[in-house]
Write a protein that binds this ligand. Structure first.
Ligand code: 6PG
Length: 229
């Protein structure tokens, strides 16, 4: 598989412009994908920044019947727990649009890390290259639930995570390899607390985010982070 080194950093002047630019990018990619292949697949991220983008997407006019939604990671909590990424995405966006329920693929993390990862790997078996993967960046450089210093089995599409430095301890994450099996990755990076992680990334220090190299491009949308530091 050919992977790209095409990384574009974008510094946005306001949080609103970041949200709108990411929303527009997703919709444009969806339109192109549906025109060429009849469907659009997107992998969602947790966190405050993605949630604000989801709220914009709920008011967009799109060809929702052809959207297929996956998640990059999930916390091992009950499906109706307030900290579930899947619940957040449904409440912010998915419950308002006409994406068929059979095309919304939550990670069954309530089964626990091992069984949840195994079940989601099965779900992903028939799924080819994603069109768009959304990712956040943690202050420690983590992305999805791939944390610094934690080795995961890259031969699997979905992996169990124990001892997460950020609660809850147990999670399910897509592996680096599966996240890279995408045309495009959009990173949403907001807040001065991410400066160190961004500096490390730009200076070639290995953090989980630097392992993300999809087929076409990585677009990193930043706000309140100095790219000249
Ligand atoms: C988690 C969070 C986390 C988040 C980043 C960025 O599961 O612990 O979802 O991975 O994506 O910390 O989040 P913000 O966009 O809220 O800064």
């Amino acid at each position: 598989m050919t992977q790209t080194n095409n990384i574009q950093w974008h510094s946005l002047a306001s949080i609103e412009s970041l949200r709108h630019q990411v929303c527009d990018e997703i919709v444009q990619r969806a339109t192109e994908a549906i025109a060429t292949s009849g469907k659009f697949s997107i992998v969602l991220a947790g966190g405050h920044t993605p949630r604000a983008v989801y709220r914009l997407l709920r008011d967009v006019k799109a060809d929702w019947a052809h959207w297929h939604v996956y998640h990059g990671d999930e916390r091992c909590l009950a499906p109706d727990h307030i900290d579930r990424n899947s619940l957040m995405a449904r409440q912010a966006w998915l419950q308002y649009v006409a994406i068929p329920e059979s095309q919304i693929h939550d990670i069954p993390a309530e089964l626990g890390p091992v069984a949840g990862a195994r079940a989601y790997a099965q779900t992903l078996k028939e799924v080819g290259t994603f069109d768009v993967v959304l990712l956040g960046l943690g202050e420690d450089g983590h992305t999805a639930s791939l944390f610094p210093g934690q080795l995961v089995d890259n031969s699997a599409d979905a992996v169990p995570v124990f001892n997460s430095p950020k609660p809850p301890l147990e999670r399910v994450s897509l592996s680096q390899q599966r996240l890279n099996n995408s045309r495009e990755v959009l990173f949403l990076v907001t807040g001065a607390g991410k400066q160190q992680a961004v500096d490390n990334w730009r200076n070639g220090v290995a953090i989980p985010a630097t392992l993300i190299a999809p087929k076409e491009s990585v677009e990193i949308f930043c706000y309140e982070v100095d790219l000249d530091a």
